[in-house]
Ligand binder design. Structure first.
Ligand code: HSE
Length: 315
């Protein structure tokens, strides 16, 4: 029997966790992207169809994160046959939920399953990063939790440079996505190229405090450390409408802290119970709606698993 098709799912992720710019991230179970890979007589990786993207994503393979990741995984495995991808986007683009990373990871995991899994999960990190790089350069903070699940500290571009952190018990999340787009490239262009030494010390201290808080399961300290970002949020705040009002609303509802998810505009509130996360999500959403901006809200938790193979077909 030979494998004819494989389908993989890759979840949404939250990058940065406030102060951990480009190194920290976490996975949430939903939403996510699903990709089906099939062998094709056409060489290289081509797109059969993309659904759920409103026609926005590039159909040209060289510009599509899933295709580039899939091609890179095929090359790594020494596979020369052509592959056709069908991409179902569950994640909105440019929303701060790791949409481009999810497509890249789902593409790499799907073709690996199609090939009979010659590559390990860790092997799939560099190909997934090649895919993500097409959208916004090489940064592993979305791709790592998307592939491996949980909370990850990614200090390099290979699996041996990714560390899984413990997930604090009672860590509940409220995620609210206003229906506006903030292109990651634009949000990255807004950042300073250099920062003063004092800011560097403060940012390093906050990241170290955050890692300590995660290891000790201290949610109050975790939220405070996440929020203590003096570099990234101030430079991006103008791109996130009503950020201060949404933070105030989240805290009134009992959230311990709130930060921008990835490059935004999704905002993430840290909570210590399901009911608080639900209340915070509703209050944050209400701020946008009052201002005439539609928003999607969810109370969630860290997903321990990352991307998974959904289906394998044989003949
Ligand atoms: N660390 C990245 C950023 C995540 O904030 O620009 C975006 O994908």
């Amino acid at each position: 029997m030979s494998i004819t098709a494989a389908e993989a799912y890759a979840p949404a992720t939250v990058a940065n966790l406030g102060v951990g710019f480009d190194i920290l991230g976490l996975a949430v179970a939903e939403p996510g992207d699903t990709i089906r890979a099939e062998w094709s007589d056409t060489p290289g990786v081509t797109i059969a169809d993309i659904t759920g993207d409103g026609g926005k994503l590039p159909r040209e393979s060289a510009k599509n994160t899933a295709c580039v990741a899939a091609q890179s995984a095929l090359k790594l495995a020494g596979e020369t046959r052509g592959v056709r991808l069908t991409i179902h986007k569950g994640l909105p683009a440019a929303s701060g939920l790791g949409s481009s990373a999810a497509s890249a990871v789902a593409g790499a995991v799907a073709v690996n399953a199609l090939m009979g899994e010659p590559l390990s999960r860790g092997d799939l990190l560099p190909p997934s990063l090649d895919g993500e790089a097409v959208a916004s350069g090489y940064h592993p903070d979305n791709v790592a939790p998307c592939l491996f699940g949980g909370i990850t500290l990614a200090v390099g571009l290979t699996a041996d440079r990714v560390f899984s952190l413990p997930v604090p018990e009672n860590l509940h999340l409220a995620l609210v996505t206003p229906h506006i787009e903030v292109a990651t490239a634009l949000a990255r262009a807004a950042l300073p190229a250099e920062i003063p030494l004092k800011q560097m010390v403060s940012q390093t201290a906050s990241v170290a405090e955050l890692i300590h808080a995660i290891y000790t399961g201290d949610l109050d300290l975790m939220a405070a450390a996440m929020e203590r970002d003096r570099v990234i949020e101030p430079a991006r705040e103008h791109l996130m409408p009503f950020l201060r009002n949404v933070r105030a609303a989240a805290k009134r509802a009992g959230a311990l802290g709130m930060v921008i998810s990835g490059a935004g505009p999704t905002l993430l509130a840290v909570c210590n119970s399901k009911s608080t996360a639900e209340a915070a999500a509703a209050s944050m959403k209400a701020v946008y709606e009052l201002e005439g901006i539609g928003a999607t809200a969810q109370a969630s938790m860290v997903a321990h698993d990352g991307a998974r193979v959904l289906r394998i077909e044989h003949k």
